[in-house]
Write a protein of this length. Structure first.
Lengths: 252, 133
């Protein structure tokens, strides 16, 4: 990480360089698919525990993700009750659109970046209280009952996926508790997943966006996402770190 | 003899105390809103709570704490002991027919915690009322 500028938009060029280094392995003649709206095959009963047989993941096809579209971002804010305070540097951000540009060709892409739900999450490694944890089904979460707000996980996350709540909040969504002094990030809409529904961003993307996001169980060889990652080349961002994120990108 | 007198004095004091308490309780039953000494506990929706009242008064925090770990760490979302269900049954509606938040002293949780001088921080993160459409 030679990016010394820290938390600033220059990270875009860093990501762009990464994309260029990885080589834009575009498969010519990519076939477009409709996103299946059916509930995940691995249905879970309300009283059942999350199963380690499942690994939730997402495949985002950047060929279908428009530069100007931020439906996933607004759906996330709406679903989880994220409201800004007009301070973009500290306002909570669970998902954001990052624009990358290949300096050689001028080709630009915009990709949604959220918590990548790593198999080996550095945020979990560094957390001094064990508040940052990975659920059995691969979803990385913050236990705000034990989070002391030290923000070590924010430093450790290579994706800049986590936010710290700086302001006292009120009227949170009942399914998304969040409060001052704790760190938070994309939960992959865990309350929806436990209810056998898709994350809000995926739903919004297929409803009004380009239908670029596909959510599913990476461990189930018959799931749509497993079939597609098997058939087509996909990438993880910063794959060199060996964290094995659950979020994969196509046409990066 | 001296000891006995002290005993009698104590007994008399206790009797006075008990009668005073009974007085408060009977006054509370007749005109509960006008009595500032006892908490005004709003009735919940439905016939019965998930456990009987005496048990809930003493142990609701244990149930909630157990459920929170089950839900957050393991993804068990049974409704019986969930805070969300507590708040939906015990929602107190204001004059505008919208459920009040914990900022209002009439809020179910607050009515008792104020009385017992218990300061809880649940609602720094959790919504204190059902979702307002």
């Amino acid at each position: 990480m030679s990016d010394k500028s820290g938390f600033d938009p220059k990270r875009r060029s860093f990501l762009g360089a990464m994309a260029a280094a990885a080589g834009v392995t575009l498969a010519p003649g990519v076939i477009l698919y409709g996103i299946s709206r059916s509930s995940p095959a691995t249905a879970k009963a309300a009283g059942a525990e999350a199963s380690s047989a499942v690994r939730w993941g997402m495949l985002i096809d950047l060929g279908r993700c428009d530069n100007g579209c931020d439906d996933c971002v607004s759906a996330c804010a709406e679903e989880n009750g994220l409201r800004g305070f007009g301070r973009p540097e500290t306002d909570a951000q669970w998902i954001r659109k990052v624009e990358i540009k290949n300096p050689q060709t001028g080709n630009s892409k915009s990709l949604p970046v959220m918590c990548q739900h790593c198999e080996d999450p550095p945020c979990v490694d560094v957390c001094p209280t064990g508040a940052s944890f990975k659920r059995a089904d691969g979803i990385v979460l913050v236990n705000k009952h034990t989070c002391i707000g030290c923000r070590y996980c924010m430093m450790a996350c290579p994706y800049k996926a986590r936010s710290f709540v700086h302001e006292a909040l009120e009227d949170q969504k009942p399914h998304a508790p969040r409060g001052k002094g704790t760190v938070e990030s994309c939960t992959l809409c865990v309350h929806r997943i436990d209810d056998n529904r898709q994350p809000a961003c995926v739903e919004a993307c297929s409803d009004t966006g380009g239908g670029a996001m596909l959510f599913g169980d990476l461990n189930d060889p018959d799931s749509e996402i497993s079939r597609r990652v098997a058939k087509y080349a996909s990438q993880q961002i910063r794959a060199d770190l060996g964290l094995n994120p659950g979020i994969r990108y196509r046409n990066l | 003899m001296r000891l006995c007198r002290t005993c009698t004095g104590l007994l008399a004091l206790m009797l006075i105390g008990v009668s005073a308490l009974t007085g408060v309780v009977s006054a509370g039953e007749s005109d509960i809103a006008g009595n500032a000494l006892l908490p005004v506990i709003p009735p919940g929706a439905g016939d019965t709570c998930v456990e009987d009242t005496a048990f809930m008064r003493r142990n609701h925090m244990e149930l909630l704490k157990h459920q929170r770990d089950e839900t957050l760490l393991k993804g068990v979302r049974s409704e019986q002991y969930s805070l969300k269900e507590c708040l939906s049954c015990h929602a107190v509606y204001g004059p505008d027919a919208i459920a009040v938040t914990v900022a209002n002293p009439a809020h179910f949780c607050r009515s008792c915690h104020d009385y017992a001088a218990v300061s809880i921080d649940c609602f720094q993160c959790h919504a204190s009322r059902p979702e307002v459409e």
